[in-house]
Design a protein around this ligand. Structure first.
Ligand code: ADP
Length: 248
């Protein structure tokens, strides 16, 4: 008998997952891990290690060559085609280049997933303003993206990812174009979503920053999961012993 000690349900589960691109070989090799509901984890590793591929498997933008990917208890390989749109609505995606529409206002950009889902206008207005409030951009709803700073643009990207109230946010190098202070601000914003029960999986190169934040970190190396731990911030150097007082 196994004892269930987890306090949260498992949201994402990879079991022996491999992904092979015919022309490039294995992008992921025999990968197994779980992410709980309401958990935040970073995904790191050199360029080409398989981070984007892993996120794409969760979003059903790619399919594994072997193994199973489960999200919220659903085995994605068995998900009927008609349930794929509902599966995608469980997920909010944040990209490095935020992919905002330049000629549309901040409001319209954030509203886009709800408009595509056919939501009523009044409900869209309420949800978009709530999402913009969460990222601190309520006053800029009429602005065009190009008039915003790069940190603000990324916050619009995050508002668009959360406006559909997803269970999980997948972020692919969300701070790749930002300086360390803005990156920290963005990660702090992500932490607030964890507090309301959203799970986050964030692919990033920002090793110094994630070490200082102390969240679970999955490390990929050439498609394999080589570490899964909470990094400890570097311990400060011990104070040097004071020189002994000279004897009188
Ligand atoms: P990362 O996000 O860590 O930089 P990727 O998941 O983008 O890594 O890539 C992992 C490996 O898979 C790389 O060797 C890459 O060239 C390959 N790859 C990724 N996407 C494709 C694709 N659509 N077709 C062929 N090979 C791909």
């Amino acid at each position: 008998m196994t004892l269930e000690t987890r306090s949260f349900p498992v949201l994402i589960e990879f079991e022996h997952v491999s992904k092979r691109y015919p022309e490039r070989g294995d992008a992921l090799k025999d990968l197994s891990f779980r992410l709980d509901a309401g958990e935040m984890a970073f995904l790191t590793g050199h360029s080409g290690a398989g981070k984007s591929t892993l996120l794409k498997l969760i979003g059903l933008l790619e399919r594994p060559s072997r193994g199973s990917v489960r999200v919220g208890g659903d085995d994605l390989a068995r998900l009927p085609r008609r349930r794929i749109p509902a599966h995608r609505r469980r997920i909010g995606m944040v990209f490095q280049d935020h992919r905002l529409l330049a000629e549309r206002s901040v409001f319209d950009n954030v509203a886009l997933p709800l408009v595509s889902a056919g939501m009523h206008r009044q409900e869209i207005g309420k949800r978009v303003r709530a999402a913009l409030d969460q990222v601190g951009l309520l006053k800029l709803e009429r602005a065009l993206p190009l008039t915003l700073s790069s940190g603000e643009q990324q916050r619009v990207g995050i508002a668009r990812a959360v406006v559909g109230r997803p269970e999980v946010i997948l972020a692919d190098e969300p701070t790749g174009n930002l300086d360390p202070d803005l990156s920290r601000e963005i990660f702090r914003l992500f932490e607030r979503f964890v507090e309301v029960g959203v799970s986050l999986l964030i692919a990033t190169h920002d090793l110094d920053l994630i070490q200082s934040l102390g969240h679970r970190t999955l490390v990929l190396k050439q498609g394999r999961l080589v570490a899964d731990a909470i990094p400890r911030p570097p311990t400060p150097e011990p104070e040097p012993e004071p020189e002994p007082e000279p004897a009188p």
